[in-house]
Write a protein that binds this ligand. Structure first.
Ligand SMILES: [Zn+2]
Length: 109
């Protein structure tokens, strides 16, 4: 496959892959008003508008965010080491369209 092409970010708060230090987003791309928390599973989900240096495997998975709602997503991986970084939202059920938008990225905290 050859050497991976990577984008270099500029800014003060750059987030990097914990395994290989490849840059993937900036603090300014976090969307706190779209982030959410599932009190049943006690899992938090940070929503981001932009990430770089990632790829997907094309497989759709369902992220269950409550008893009634699940989000079709694709896993996103680091181009440097293929570590799982988060999810890309592929579509959003009408019931939560006011809160979450398609094409954004989710990191589980
Ligand atoms: Zn990595």
């Amino acid at each position: 496959m050859g050497r991976p092409f990577t984008v270099t970010l500029e800014g003060e708060h750059i987030f990097v892959c914990q395994a290989c230090q490849t840059q993937y987003t900036l603090l300014q791309y976090f969307l706190p008003h779209e982030s959410f928390y599932n009190p049943v599973t006690m899992v938090g989900y940070q929503v981001l508008s932009e990430v770089v240096n990632t790829f997907t495997d094309g497989k759709i998975i369902e992220l269950k965010i409550s008893d009634a709602v699940s989000l079709p997503c694709m896993e996103i991986f680091c181009v440097g080491c293929a570590a799982l970084l988060g999810l890309k939202i592929e579509s959003v059920p009408d019931i939560i369209k006011h809160k979450i938008k398609e094409g954004k990225y989710i990191f589980i905290t």
